[in-house]
Design a protein around this ligand. Structure first.
Ligand code: NAP
Ligand code: ZN
Ligand code: ZN
Length: 348
């Protein structure tokens, strides 16, 4: 079996170790990718800390992967050696259910196979992109447009599509007022993408020092939700709120900001249940609470092409493999996504 170097967490709470892992020999429809960059998503931490339960250890996280094709199986038609490619949160699905056949593999009725910490259909546990190379079946590999750099494009593969999908579904665009809660990896891309779609964007954040960045990314307004939180004057104002916060928020307070038929979409995923809400917060203006999971493969390619056309990439801080543990400790310090330079991931 071909082996590759990876950063692995042997157990919950254990430090990262450099280790050799095996990648499967190429199947007919497989693409082997030399990874160049991998984003550090907050979800990687949730898995490392086993926040949601069921993490497979040893864990090799990473699902914001960009790289270059190094080998293709004989039946691969859409990629050749040297192509710039990406892999996001999914590497397999049943391919037969209604969501799969309509391009929404993320809602596969059998559960999509996650890029890491999942049991693939062949019985192997998947290992993610904190590694030198990966083998992925052609239908789950994305083309990275020439206009995008591989480092700042990497976070689009998870963070980007996770905000793009609900913004499209709930029709963010001209005349729509969109609020984004939290400005980390997902949130900053939510601001950029919603603004590029033509919506009026408001960022709700607890970090006033991010205000200028939010306005620079295209927000029309910054609302401080920290110590001096003040949501007054915005009641009933919004069509859509995208909540990226990985912790409890005051659901009733945010529902009150939605106008008639407005929707609060949760994409942030705290381990404990989201705070309860008063049903009257919904009834009075036929409001909705929704959730959204990443995006389908076709939609992910649409998002990459949209970002290329609108010159949107993530704001990234490149780190070496040796800095990953520290980056996990200080995730809230980054502006706005750590990206691992995989060239630094060697056994030497
Ligand atoms: P991140 O980079 O850590 O950003 C989270 C932001 O939320 C922070 O920058 C902060 O912004 C705000 N925040 C408010 N209260 C917080 C608290 N108590 N702890 C930490 N942050 C707080 O995270 P991310 O990578 O954007 O991911 C956000 C969440 O989305 C995570 O739960 C992740 O697992 C989830 N996620 C879901 C999907 C999906 O498919 N639904 C996909 C990817 C990620 P301010 O400083 O502006 O307040
Ligand atoms: Zn992610
Ligand atoms: Zn399916």
């Amino acid at each position: 079996m071909p082996s590759t170097v990876a950063l692995s967490l042997p157990a919950k709470g254990a430090p990262f170790t450099l280790t050799e892992i095996e990648r499967r020999p190429l199947r007919d429809d497989d693409v082997r990718i030399d990874i160049t960059f991998c984003g550090v998503c907050h979800t990687d931490l949730h898995f490392g800390h086993d926040d949601w339960g069921g993490t497979f250890f040893p864990l090799v996280p990473g699902h914001e992967i960009t790289g270059v094709v190094s080998e293709v199986g004989p039946s691969v038609t859409t990629f050749t050696v040297g192509d710039r490619v990406g892999v996001g949160c999914m590497v397999n699905s049943c391919g037969k259910c209604a969501p799969c056949t309509s391009g929404e593999e993320q809602y596969c009725t059998e559960g999509f196979v996650k890029t890491y910490s999942a049991l693939d259909h062949d019985g192997e546990v998947t290992l993610g992109g904190y590694s030198q190379s990966i083998v992925v079946a052609e239908p789950f590999v994305l083309h990275i447009p020439e206009a995008l750099d591989l480092d700042s494009a990497a976070p689009l593969l998870c963070a980007g599509v996770t905000v793009y999908s609900p913004l499209r579904k709930w029709q963010a665009g001209p005349g729509k007022r969109v609020g984004v809660l939290g400005m980390g990896g997902l949130g900053h891309l939510g601001v950029k993408i919603a603004a590029a779609m033509g919506a009026e964007v408001t960022l709700f954040g607890r970090s006033p020092d991010k205000k200028d960045d939010a306005l620079g990314f295209g927000a029309a307004r910054f609302v401080d939700t920290g110590a001096s939180a003040d949501l007054a004057g915005l009641e009933g104002y919004f069509d859509l709120l995208i909540n990226t916060v990985p912790a409890r928020v005051d659901v009733d307070a945010y529902l009150g900001l939605l106008g008639l038929g407005g929707t609060l979409v949760n994409v942030g995923a705290p381990g404990d249940p989201i705070a309860s809400y008063n049903v009257f917060s919904l009834l009075g203006a036929r409001r909705c609470i929704a959730g959204s999971s990443i995006g389908g493969i076709r939609e992910t390619q649409d998002m990459l092409d949209f970002c290329a056309a609108h010159h949107i990439t993530a704001e990234v801080e490149k780190i070496s493999a040796a800095q990953v543990s520290e980056a996990w400790e200080n995730l809230s310090d980054v502006r706005y996504r750590y990206v691992i330079d995989i060239a630094t991931l060697t056994m030497a």
